[in-house]
Design a binder for this molecule. Sequence first.
Ligand code: NAP
Length: 275
Amino acid sequence: MKKEVLITGCSSGIGLCCAEGLRKRGYRVFATARKQSDVERLTEQGFEAYWLDIADSSSIHEAVAAVLDASGGKLYGLFNNAGFGQPGAVEDLSREALREQFETNVFGTLELTNKVLPVMREQGAGRVIINSSILGFAAMSYRGAYNASKYALEGCADTLRLELAGSGVYVSLVEPGPIRSRFRDNAFALYQKNINPENSVHIKRYQAMEARLLKQGPATPFTEGPEAVLKRVIHALEAKRPQARYYVTFPTYLFGYLKRILPTRWLDELLRRVE
Ligand SMILES: NC(=O)c1ccc[n+]([C@@H]2O[C@H](COP(=O)([O-])OP(=O)(O)OC[C@H]3O[C@@H](n4cnc5c(N)ncnc54)[C@H](OP(=O)(O)O)[C@@H]3O)[C@@H](O)[C@H]2O)c1
């Protein structure tokens, strides 16, 4: 019997790569996306594809019902991958922009997780994987909304792990550094929508940020392909004792280590230098 895995945000990047990779590995993949055109494209590619916008509770309800209907009420794995980054200095973030960031990255992820946990508890087995980030434990300038959302996810995942102990359901965080995807293009669009650099004391730094977001090719020399995440997702699904955290890319290992050994003041000195 194929194990079922539901993945969010399969229109591009990490989600699409994991949908393809897990299907190849023999999983029954429920690939979801928030745009109907992407759902159709995924269906054409042979996926069992569903519309799922995690910022919308009714969409979560509908998608979970449809997936469970198709699977006969079973679901082994959930990969909470969907998310985006709202760029901008903290003091330039409107309440609305912050709310949108949290509606998707945090509230949607948790609402979806809570919808499938009863199924996993009932099975006595399940894997919940949450795509966090290096920015879920190391804050960097002009990424405050995103940092906050990923820190919040880390807090909830750490709590859930304690609450699920002994249930047979495991929760793992994946913490990628720079990965090739549409992330920066999508972030640039949100920057244009929600930030007005002309009105900001940070106008000079925004110019550098724009250059970084618009840069063609890999963002850094350490950028890896989305397969690097797939590898950790496979481990989180298949290991007898999955890890609580999976580091991905060199910067995550480096800052994970530095965060453990350096005083905050020293770490800030380093993090301030990251564009
Ligand atoms: N790329 C990196 O360097 C990096 C590093 C660390 C962590 N991550 C995390 O990896 C995850 C995937 O990002 P990616 O790098 O693959 O970027 P991406 O190519 O932009 O993919 C993001 C996916 O999330 C979807 N999404 C956004 N809001 C959604 C919503 N409300 N409901 C459902 N789907 C939604 C997007 O759909 P649309 O196409 O409709 O926008 C897209 O499918 C994110 O959680 C991100 O925070 C990425």
